[in-house]
Design a protein around this ligand. Structure first.
Ligand code: IMP
Ligand code: MG
Length: 173
């Protein structure tokens, strides 16, 4: 494994997740549905879900899976739905959650998909935003951290399936 430089330590991440939950709670009804994008969002989802519970919300939780980078660090630009939801979105308030917004292809695709299914509200939440990398016109509604063009790992986020287990957010060269 290549050395990892810490960008946001555990305490910093926990504090920011609690703040994000406050912002989400101000906009959503208690029975919102969180939809996470696998696999990168699963750790963030788990912490955000419990932070929302502490604020009195009772979010439902679902996941989708999109085609990924594979072993590469670059996005192919073409996104496919690999694993779909099994929940009716009609009339639901949906918070779409991902680990990173990079080119924007994945979130733009997934947000459109969920909106087309009759959700009354679709908002997007990302742990890490990389605006300088954007290819499509997309802005997340809730953003944990904004970084330059660096490759992020840890807290559920991988490089070639490594580093997901790290409890903090770091960068590898
Ligand atoms: P986008 O479609 O280009 O915005 O890419 C979004 C997805 O690419 C994220 O959900 C991540 O899974 C992956 N990705 C983008 N940047 C990074 C990174 O720095 N580290 C690890 N995965 C990344
Ligand atoms: Mg991802």
């Amino acid at each position: 494994m290549d050395p990892v430089r810490t960008l946001f330590d555990e305490e910093t991440v926990a504090r920011r997740v609690a703040e994000l939950a406050e912002a989400v709670a101000a906009e959503f009804s208690p029975d919102l549905l969180m939809v996470g994008i696998l696999k990168g969002a699963f750790v963030f989802m788990a912490d955000l879900m419990r932070a929302l519970d502490r604020l009195g919300l009772r979010p439902g939780v679902e996941f989708i899976r999109l085609s990924s980078y594979g072993q590469s660090k670059e996005s192919a630009g073409e996104v496919r739905l690999v694993t779909d939801l099994r929940t009716d979105l009609r009339g639901r308030q949906v918070l779409l959650v991902d680990d990173i917004c990079d080119t924007g292809h994945s979130l733009a695709f997934a947000a459109r998909l969920l909106a087309e299914r009759g959700a009354t509200l679709v908002r997007t939440c990302v742990l890490v935003d990389k605006p300088s990398r954007r290819v499509v016109d997309f802005a997340a509604d809730f953003i944990g951290f904004t970084v330059e063009d660096v490759f992020i790992v840890g807290y559920g986020i991988d490089y070639a399936e490594q580093y997901r287990h790290l409890p903090y957010i770091g960068t590898v060269d």
